[in-house]
Write a protein that binds this ligand. Structure first.
Ligand code: SP5
Ligand code: ZN
Length: 416
């Protein structure tokens, strides 16, 4: 597994309005520190931002005027004396669809305050000194992850921050400035020879509906977008099951909301995961991009589900059992002390799930390749008790390495 990190993602730090108080946003640099420390036993690739490549990739999702706004609004507001250097720029007025003249006014306002609201849909995506730098670093991780997958890497975790799934082609919101997942998918599509050979699916497991990702791909049949999220929760105005896609994309958008009126523990959550997996199989997914939020964790300050740490292991395993090349892109998750542990648990489950199907595939292949007589004579399998990883080795009820021919096949299946 490749784990991709860029230290610039920690430079962005904003305030947000919660109730009547302006406080440091829940989406904080400490989230990444928590994950780094929980994953410290694994190799982590430290990346720098390839600005040109990141901007090029971002331009496949976002409009040029939006990208320019994101780059310039902070320094220009500073210059105009609207904010302090250490401040967070927040919108004061939005172009509401209910204001008369909204439709006629499809021209970007020049007034800086008006422009700030024009490109945002809420107050949880303030802009600070390093927001642009960090957002570009985050998008670049997603881009690099997609390239790695296209290059044959089987599992990649992109430690993106700020997150991306609420961000549309020209609108920020919900802590999101660039849609990292959408950028990864566009990058991957650009690398694949033929769309029909490479159905990509997005599985969005953040507590909140990924309105931005849905918007970007709503009319497309590649990728498929599947989301499990809190029903009627933020961002409030999207995420209903009736939203199924349009035009060629009809049937390629699946929303699976869960009501928060009861405690949503694994018991209520897992049937939805199964439904999502069925959809991913039905569209013949070849590449999977997971928009992974951990704000489904019990007592998350902006989520209402109640998943436990071990549930992320189960979730990872179920996703891993699809046996697909998988890019995991970090979205939300705000119980900072547990975020790293939850994340490590998901990745462990993901690898265990993948390993279990690789063993199955290897055994099938071995039986096909070899005459089964020989296989019976030369191989002695040792059964292990639990279907779990043994010393980081293969799972599925067998220990590794008892038959040379078998082991060769397993290794040939891309153990890393
Ligand atoms: C990426 C991501 O997870 N973004 C989430 C942004 C959510 N921001 C606003 C959440 C508002 C929750 N309101 C709770 C009201 C409690 N009374
Ligand atoms: Zn979220």
């Amino acid at each position: 597994m490749q784990i991709l990190h860029n230290p610039s993602t920690l430079s962005h730090s904003i305030l947000e309005l919660v109730g009547s108080r302006l406080i440091p946003a829940y989406e904080s640099p400490a989230r990444i520190s928590s994950i780094l420390s929980a994953l410290s036993s694994r190799p982590i690739t430290h990346c720098t931002t390839d600005i040109d490549a990141a901007l090029h990739a971002a331009s496949k999702v976002h409009t040029a005027d939006y990208l320019q706004h994101l780059r310039t609004i902070f320094p220009q507001s500073l210059e105009a004396g609207l904010i302090e250097p250490s401040g967070t720029l927040l919108p004061e007025c939005f172009p509401s669809a209910r204001l008369p003249g909204y439709k006629a006014r499809n021209k970007t306002p020049t007034d800086l305050s008006a422009r700030t609201g024009w490109y945002a849909f809420d107050l949880s995506s303030g802009i600070a000194e390093h927001t642009y730098t960090a957002a570009l670093a985050s998008a670049d991780l997603a881009r690099r992850g997609a390239l790695a997958i296209a290059d044959g890497e089987k599992t990649v975790f992109a430690m993106c921050r700020p997150p991306g799934h609420h961000c549309g082609k020209d609108v920020m919101g919900g802590y999101c400035y660039l849609n990292n997942t959408a950028i990864a998918v566009k990058t991957l599509l650009g690398e694949l020879d033929d769309d029909s050979q490479g159905q990509i699916s997005i599985l969005d497991l953040d507590f909140h509906h990924g309105n931005g990702t849905q918007e970007v791909f709503y009319a497309d049949q590649n990728p498929t977008y599947v989301s499990i999220h809190g029903e009627g929760e933020y961002p409030y105005f999207s995420g209903a099951p009736e939203e199924k896609g349009e035009g060629k994309g009809k049937g390629y958008n699946l929303n699976l909301p869960i009501s928060c009126s009861q405690d949503v523990t694994w018991e209520l959550y897992s049937p939805r995961i199964q439904q999502a997996i069925e959809k991913l199989k039905a569209v013949r997914t070849k590449y999977l991009v997971v928009s992974l939020g951990f704000d489904t964790f019990c007592n998350d300050p902006v989520g209402k589900f109640c998943l436990a740490r071990e549930d992320y292991g189960k979730m990872g395993r179920i996703v891993g059992e699809l046996g697909l090349p998988t890019l995991v892109v970090l979205e939300g998750g705000y119980v900072v002390e547990e975020l790293g542990n939850n994340c490590a648990e998901f990745l462990r489950g993901l690898e265990a799930g993948k390993a279990s199907v690789e063993v199955e595939a290897a055994v099938e292949e071995e039986v096909k390749l070899d005459d089964s007589d020989k296989l019976d004579k030369t191989c002695e399998w040792e059964k292990v008790e639990k279907s779990e990883a043994v010393n980081g080795s293969y799972t599925n009820g067998y220990t590794n390495g008892y038959c040379n021919g078998y082991k060769t096949v397993v290794n040939g299946h891309g153990r890393r």
